[in-house]
Write a protein that binds this ligand. Structure first.
Ligand SMILES: [Zn+2]
Length: 354
């Protein structure tokens, strides 16, 4: 991956964007994409919409959600310990001992989830710890409530400590890879297309509030009114001990983007994406979902009178933990696949299932 692209991806990963508090990361996206965009705007919901060739009558929308799971301060007790509400699907079992960063009024405030020491824990609780967020406290080092309130206030958002770790074989580990990886891919696809002649308008959207019900894609799709809507989001890899026993299509890190089939996917879109992958020798992994997708493709497909929807999936380990892992090669191949696909779409392409 080229250095500028990698720096952009890492900057996305290091910028907080808990659901509902996405503005800081949208600023990062805007700054980087301005030089490639014909139009760039933020809507009232907070979606950032980057467009090229926007005069064309057929519109393609790519959605990568910028929000990440996180927390919100709900209570500070008299001793200065902080209690958190969840933003999205936090896994309580991974919290004890974890560092979080609260976005305080004077800047970031670090804290750690405390835990009763093992020595003090009854034997039956040790093997089956009860992970209840309401009973978990964050220690920011404050002397008491008043001391804590100099730095933070009820309603402040928080995320895991946003660090990026490089593992071997081009794998990267960080919180929020769901779905800053997808956000990165939709913006890279637009960058690749910006140099090409397109016969469609392309809108890459950094969507908000996916983690609480696919809400940004819903409002953005209504506004853009696209014919084609493609969500780029993470999916569970099957190549680690957590998922190797699953009876799903194999999905491995480094083997290319997954292309989904199923009722949430327009069958012609699936075929065109596979054809584009084959033609340009881009690796891909065919995946199936008999259920509706739990991502922005779900919201886009039923926008207005219907959209030809597709879902590009980025194999991911440890989803919704602070140790999400992804392959940089998969991100590059996903962006290439999308750029190649978009160049095959014309105003005459018949997308009606037949
Ligand atoms: Zn996601």
């Amino acid at each position: 991956m080229n250095k500028e692209s990698k720096d952009f991806f890492y900057k996305l990963l290091k910028t907080p964007s808990p659901t509902g508090y996405e503005a800081p990361v949208q600023k990062v996206v805007k700054k980087r994409m301005e030089k490639y965009a014909d139009t760039i705007e933020t809507d009232l919901h907070g979606n950032l919409i980057v467009g090229i060739n926007t005069k064309a009558e057929r519109r393609v929308m790519l959605a990568g959600h910028c929000d990440q799971i996180g927390f919100m301060v709900k209570h500070i007790d008299k001793n200065g310990y902080v209690y958190m509400d969840r933003l999205g699907g936090i896994d309580n079992a991974v919290l004890w001992g974890t560092t979080i960063v609260i976005n305080g009024k004077k800047g970031p405030v670090r804290g750690v989830f405390g835990k009763k020491a093992i020595h003090l824990t009854p034997a039956d609780e040790r093997s089956r710890p009860k992970a209840d967020l309401n009973a978990m406290w964050v220690d920011i080092g404050a002397k008491d409530k008043k001391d804590a309130e100099k730095l933070i206030t009820v309603g402040d958002s928080a995320t895991f400590d946003l660090t990026v770790q490089e593992l071997s074989n081009d794998l990267v580990c960080s919180p929020g890879i769901d779905d800053k990886a997808g956000l990165f891919v939709v913006m890279e696809a637009l960058r690749l297309c910006a140099r090409k002649k397109l016969s469609v308008a392309l809108y890459s959207v950094s969507t908000v509030q996916e983690e609480v019900g696919l809400r940004g894609a819903k409002t953005a799709a209504y506004g853009i009114d696209p014919d084609i809507g493609i969500a780029v989001d993470v999916t569970h890899a099957t190549d680690d001990p957590a998922n190797s026993g699953q009876k799903t299509s194999p999905c491995e890190l480094g083997k290319g983007p997954g292309i989904y089939q199923g009722p949430n996917i327009n069958p012609i879109m699936y075929k065109m994406l596979v054809d584009a992958a084959k033609k340009h020798r881009t690796p891909y992994q065919p995946l199936t979902s008999g259920r509706l997708m739990g991502n922005d493709a779900n919201a886009m497909q039923v926008n207005r009178a219907g959209v030809a929807a597709a879902s590009i999936a980025l194999p991911n380990r440890n989803m919704h933990t602070q140790a999400e892992i992804i392959s940089l090669k998969d991100l590059e191949n996903s962006a290439k696949l999308l750029a190649n696909f978009i160049q095959t779409v014309t105003p005459r392409t018949n997308l009606r299932p037949r």
